[in-house]
Every structure is written in C-alpha cells, then in structure tokens.
Design a protein around this ligand. Structure first.
Ligand SMILES: [Zn+2]
Length: 227
C-alpha cells in the first residue's frame, strides 16, 4: 500500500497547507481534509485533499466570492447600472458635474460603501429589484427621503412617476386665495388629477390659475379626478 500523500507545506493556488485535520468518513470512503491558509486574505479554511490536488480549489470561499463578483462587474461599463452609479457619484461628489448644484451642493451625499465600490452598489441593486433592460424611464433609482443621500437604507428602484411624485414634495405654490400649498395638496384641494397638474408644472406652467384649471387647457376636456 502506497504511503498516503502528505500535503503539509505545499501550496495550491493561493492556499498554503498547514496540517491535516479530521477526515470526513462515510460508510465506504474516508475523505482527507487539510487546514489551509489563504495567502490572499490570511483566512484559515478546511479543504478536501482531492479538491486541492485536482486544482478545483485554489483560494478561500471569501476570496472566490469576491473574485466572482469582480468578474461579473468587470465589463459592466456599458450597462445602465454602471452608468447609474457613475451619475450618482458625479452629481453628489464632483462640482464640475452639471447637476451637482442640485445634489452635492445641497448636501446630498452618496454613502462610502457605494462611492468606493461599484460591486457593492451592484450587489444591492440586483437584490433590490433593478432590471438592466427595463423600459426607459422605469426602474430608476429613487431616494425615499429626498432630503437624504444615496445609501442602501434610503434608496429603491421605482418608476419615474413615483419619483417625480416624491420630488414634487418640494414644489410649493400660492393658491388664488393666498393659501400656500404643495403641488400635490393643491391638486387635492381642487379635486384635480395630480399627474396632470404635475405635467403642467413640468412643462413650465407657473401661473396658478392655469396650473389648477379644471379643464385640460390643451383639449378643453373636463379632467376627471377619478382617472
Ligand atoms: Zn482568502
């Protein structure tokens, strides 16, 4: 019978074998196991001998997971997700960016975890409903509390309607009777269809009577509040 192989001191990829540990035994087989040190992260792991000598396992689980993630994120530069990440960083961190004055300059930040690591952002996004090939203007990133920054606990993916709804919390108008209202409150007060009022505002209407008119100014139709 050949002498059983001793792997102590050998390296397999990034794994340095420290010592043999208790084998795992089944009725028919005995699987030898080895304690190894991952030379990449100094983590200690227990690996089956045959996985080492066959070249199947060459690093610890933590490092191979990280590598997998790097591999998926590598080559994502042309994806919508990557562009989303780049534009979030630009608007919050770079004063030269066009929209910086509406974000970074107002104290809207991006958390360090996302700012420093696209794969952290990607991991969160994919676990939270991001769809790469969603229709344009759907599945956009939204801050739940618009006064706070970009971070896992304040963001979600949503369609553009919800997003503009949220943003419009900041739109304040003065009604014809002198009452100060948000656009949404004004729409409710006058029994108007909110998206219509918002789209009038969005297209540039600032005159309160025109904004809150009961009729669609374009077609002359009565707008149903139940639409
Ligand atoms: Zn490792």
């Amino acid at each position: 019978m050949p002498k059983p192989k001793d792997l102590t001191g050998k390296t397999f990829g990034n794994l340095l074998v420290i010592e043999e540990v208790e084998p795992r035994c089944t009725e028919k087989h005995k699987y030898r196991r080895w304690k190894c040190k991952c030379l990449k992260c100094n983590n200690h792991v227990i690996i089956y001998g045959n996985n080492l000598s066959s070249g199947h396992t060459t690093q610890c689980k933590r490092c191979s997971e990280k590598q997998n993630l790097d591999r998926t994120t590598h080559g994502m530069r042309h994806t919508r997700l990557y562009k989303t990440w780049v534009s979030i960083k630009a608007r919050c961190l770079y004063p030269s960016a066009v929209s910086y004055e509406r974000y970074g300059a107002l104290g809207i930040t991006v958390c360090d975890e996302w700012a420093n690591d696209f794969s952290a952002f990607a991991k969160w996004a994919l676990a939270n409903g991001f769809i790469e090939d969603a229709k344009p203007h759907t599945c956009t990133i939204d801050r739940i509390d618009p006064s706070k920054g970009y971070s896992p606990d304040n963001c979600r993916f949503t369609n553009s309607y919800v997003q503009s709804n949220n943003r419009s919390c900041n739109i304040v108008i003065v009604d014809t009777d002198g009452e100060t209202l948000t656009l949404k409150q004004a729409a409710q007060k006058h029994d108007l269809d909110y998206p219509t009022v918002y789209s009038r505002w969005y297209r540039g209407t600032r005159d309160v009577r025109a904004l809150l008119s009961q009729y669609n100014t374009r077609t002359g139709e009565r707008i149903s509040p139940f639409r």
